[in-house]
Design a protein. Structure first.
Length: 120
């Protein structure tokens, strides 16, 4: 009954004041990918603090890797990376103290040193 009333009212309105009928979208609605800032946050957090959906988002497929090695970074970028990593590794680094448990500090330090060697 209510639908009939709406139809009659729609017919009584002048054509220019009628609202267009919205057709369903031809494209399926998909979830938006996470923003780069969000992904960076996941990478920088400790793995055990990630939720299960976040861990699934970060899982990588080896087939998604580039076919060739990435080109070497320009020297100014490499120099900045070395400087930042050395700051993190220095004694008294706030980042290291706040981010790394004392139980895993030695292992973490070795991994960061390996990354540093890649920039030398």
């Amino acid at each position: 009954m209510g639908g009939d009333r709406a139809t009659r009212l729609q017919r009584q309105l002048p054509a220019r004041s009628r609202l267009p009928v919205q057709e369903p979208s031809p494209r399926p609605v998909t979830a938006r990918p996470p923003s780069p800032r969000t992904v960076a946050g996941w990478i920088l957090r400790r793995p055990e603090t990630l939720t299960e959906p976040e861990q699934l988002e970060l899982n990588t497929n080896p087939e998604d890797a580039p076919e060739r090695a990435l080109p070497q970074m320009p020297e100014p970028v490499r120099a900045m990376a070395r400087q930042a990593l050395r700051r993190v590794l220095c004694d008294g680094s706030k980042l290291a103290r706040r981010w790394v448990d004392s139980s895993t500090a030695a292992e973490w330090r070795q991994e960061v040193q390996l990354i540093l060697r890649a920039f030398v």
